[in-house]
Design a protein around this ligand. Structure first.
Ligand SMILES: CN(C)CCCNS(=O)(=O)c1cccc(Nc2nc(OCC3CCCCC3)c3[nH]cnc3n2)c1
Length: 278
């Protein structure tokens, strides 16, 4: 049984699709993770969606996107296992939480590193959808879905699976938890496009500096108003004017004034401050 090719280690947590466990590949001792998904209750359409989503994951090969390795199907128990690279450094949400608790700012150089590495991961996603090679899944750019490898390099997680597995409440899924990173265009008429990812990137860089999102509120309605207005405090004084300017550029309410991912990566300051991390 292929499942015997792996030794099951501890659980890392559970997402909206199921359990995520650390595993060791027996043949070479390599640490990986698998995500368990029960498909027993799925309709034929949902199963087809899952198959196409997994096929997309397989195609998205990039050093800053979590690598898909394999998939196993347990037909007796109707469970699909997606096997992926294990990111030893954990997720950005935990890192932000740690810095917040210790009242310790995140180094500006790390913020630039995340900026260029995640922008290059997004560029792969955006370029694909432009080439019409399948509407690439929109990667949910939020701290909990960004992992680090043992060298603290960014790895964009596999949000797409969660969306596929809850197609009915895809709308609700967007609203599970507070959508701090939702863009003005999404808030107003729930459209989502590449420029929404640029907005999310801006929110992420802001949160790495301020250790909180740019827009916070106690309820969704108030949050939506703040996001639509797009007024936010400058990142803490210790961060450079050029980082502050870049974040302001990404957090423009008018999506047409927001740069494309290519323009972000071609930005002279991003080139200068980020080149060493690519
Ligand atoms: C330096 N140390 C402090 C860091 C300790 C680090 N702790 S840790 O226990 O190993 C740890 C913590 C979190 C992540 C990871 N690595 C990881 N997580 C994934 O998904 C997490 C899952 C997503 C859905 C919801 C539940 C969690 C992955 N998906 C593909 N590859 C993945 N790799 C490791």
């Amino acid at each position: 049984m292929p499942i015997d090719d792996y030794e099951i280690l501890e659980s890392i947590g559970s997402g909206s699709y199921g359990e995520c466990r650390k595993i060791r590949r027996r043949r070479d001792g390599r640490l990986l993770v698998w995500k368990e998904m029960e498909y027993g209750a799925m309709t034929e359409t949902e199963k087809q969606m899952l198959v196409s989503e997994v096929n997309l994951l397989r195609e998205l090969r990039h050093r800053h996107i979590v690598r898909y390795h394999d998939r196993l199907i347990d037909r007796q128990r109707y469970v699909l296992y997606i096997i992926m690279e294990f990111c030893e450094g954990g997720d950005l949400s935990a890192i932000i939480g740690q810095h917040k608790r210790e009242h310790r700012a995140i180094d500006e150089s790390f913020v630039w590193k995340m900026c260029v590495q995640l922008a290059s991961a997004l560029q792969v996603c955006h370029t694909r959808s432009k080439n019409g090679r399948g509407a690439v899944l929109h990667r949910d750019l939020k701290p909990a879905n960004i992992f680090l490898d043992s060298n603290r390099n960014a790895k964009l997680g596999d949000f797409g699976l969660a969306r596929v597995l809850n197609p009915d409440n895809a709308f609700a899924r967007t609203f599970v938890g507070t959508p701090y990173y939702m863009s003005p265009e999404q808030v107003n008429y729930l459209t989502y496009n590449e420029k929404s990812d640029i907005w999310s990137l801006g929110c992420l860089l802001y949160e790495l500096c301020a250790l909180r999102p740019p827009f916070i509120a106690t309820n969704q309605k108030e949050l939506a108003v703040k996001i639509s207005k797009g007024v936010f405090q400058r990142i803490p004084q210790q961060y450079s004017e050029e980082l502050n300017d870049l974040i302001k550029l990404l957090l423009q309410v008018d999506e047409f004034r927001r740069p494309s991912i290519d323009q972000v990566l071609d930005h002279p300051v991003v080139q200068r401050r980020g080149a060493e991390y690519l």
